[in-house]
Design a protein around this ligand. Structure first.
Ligand SMILES: *Cc1c(COP(=O)(O)O)cnc(C)c1O
Length: 396
């Protein structure tokens, strides 16, 4: 029987029980329906299901019980009416942007985007006649003056990768509402626990579930959440006919990840805040950007729209690229990897990895200096992480 979710439940309860679809065996843990298709009792039953006269599953590209549980649990978390899970975070972004746009439309996006998101806006969309303007996401006037008569969609990420810049989601949502456009927010860095874009007025939220939602480095996944009318109108057919769907196995992994999400995000955020404070006072560090600190460039917006500072810290070493490399190489617990949101603490040098394809000017504009590092805090003991950082800084 279906255990959807009870509006009365608090978040942590929703993350354990929301969306559960229990089979006749009464299993405790969610079942993994690793199946492509479904059989029908009769040809009449198949006909009725295809006509939509009878509920039920047809094919796993359209929907699958395990994927459905993951989508429903995410709706319960986000406070969204409906959702569609995708094979990766990029499938979620590409689908959310392209499903409702057509040639002749115009998009306004924050310049500080995850590399592949920027490629979709700057390189892919123009091939299909969709124009775009990239703006400084923290400058509200820049958003406003980029609006054209054919602007249909706004797109941003907040906090941004890797410099943790913050955009004013409710103010930008109001601008979108004013012209009948939609605001799509990539909420990966904030996690669904520390920021609720739909409550702030955004129309669509996308996640790379690969990050905190799995949170244990196992599988890729993504999800798009919005109101039912938008999903029915723009996503339903696009999804069925282009096939970005999540695998049931990955949906099951992500579903189990959601059960522990609040515990993990809380501990990782506490560690990030401690590490940010430690680094800010260190003589070899030129700059620390952490949304939980009073010296964050948009601290007032952070206070209004976020419940915590995130699990990531952006730092700059005084000695530039060589110092950043020496520091990263000297770390023993924190490993060098471009991933984030994992149980394992990970550090990356964006200038030579995730953001290497940007021109030097574009990198400088995004605040990525030769000494910039992005640190994703994991679940290790914070004292061990601080000791690792202290020892590695001494080696620089
Ligand atoms: C990782 C990431 C993506 C892409 O997600 P994948 O699951 O790797 O495809 C998109 N946006 C942000 C902000 C990310 O961190």
């Amino acid at each position: 029987m279906t255990q959807r979710f009870d509006d009365e439940w608090q978040l942590k309860t929703r993350l354990v029980h929301g969306g559960t679809l229990r089979s006749s065996f009464g299993e405790t843990s969610e079942a993994l329906y690793l199946t492509q298709g479904f059989v029908y009792e009769s040809s009449e039953a198949a006909e009725a299901r295809f006509k939509g006269e009878e509920p039920g599953f047809i094919y796993s590209r359209y929907a699958n019980p395990t994927i459905d549980m993951f989508e429903q649990r995410m709706c319960a978390l986000e406070g969204a009416e409906d959702a569609r899970a995708t094979a990766s975070g990029m499938a979620a972004v590409a689908t959310a942007l392209l499903c409702s746009l057509k040639a002749g439309d115009h998009v306004v996006a924050a310049r500080a985007l995850f590399g592949s998101c920027r490629w979709i806006v700057e390189t892919l969309m123009p091939r299909y006649g969709i124009e775009s303007t990239l703006v400084d996401g923290s400058n509200l006037e820049a958003w406003e003056s980029a609006i054209r008569s054919n602007t249909k969609l706004f797109f941003l990420e907040s906090p941004t990768n890797p410099t943790l810049q913050v955009c004013d989601i409710s103010a930008i949502a109001k601008l979108a509402d004013g012209i009948g456009a939609r605001l799509v927010v990539d909420n990966v860095f904030a996690t669904p626990l520390l920021q609720k874009p739909l409550e702030l007025g955004a129309h669509v939220v996308v996640y790379s579930a690969t990050k905190h939602i799995d949170g244990q480095g196992r599988c890729l996944g993504g999800i798009i959440l919005s109101d039912k009318a938008w999903i029915d109108e723009h996503l339903h057919d696009y999804f069925r006919h282009t096939g970005p769907s999540l695998s049931p196995f990955n949906a099951w992994t992500l579903l189990k990840g959601l059960e522990t999400l609040p515990l993990r995000v809380r501990q990782q955020t506490e560690s990030a805040a401690r590490v940010a404070d430690y680094l800010a006072d260190h003589p070899k560090i030129a700059r620390v950007i952490y949304p939980g600190r009073a010296d964050h460039p948009q601290a007032d917006i952070v206070a209004r729209q976020m419940k915590g500072g995130s699990t990531l810290v952006c730092l700059d070493l005084k000695g530039g690229k060589q110092a950043a490399f020496d520091f990263s190489n000297a770390l023993k617990i924190i490993r060098i990897s471009n991933n984030l949101g994992d149980a394992k603490s990970l550090i990356t040098h964006p200038g030579t990895t995730t953001h290497k394809n940007l021109s030097e000017e574009a990198r400088a504009e995004a605040g990525i200096n030769p000494g910039t590092l992005r640190l994703s805090l994991g679940l290790e003991d914070a004292a061990d992480l601080l000791a690792d950082i202290e020892r590695a800084l001494a080696a620089v």
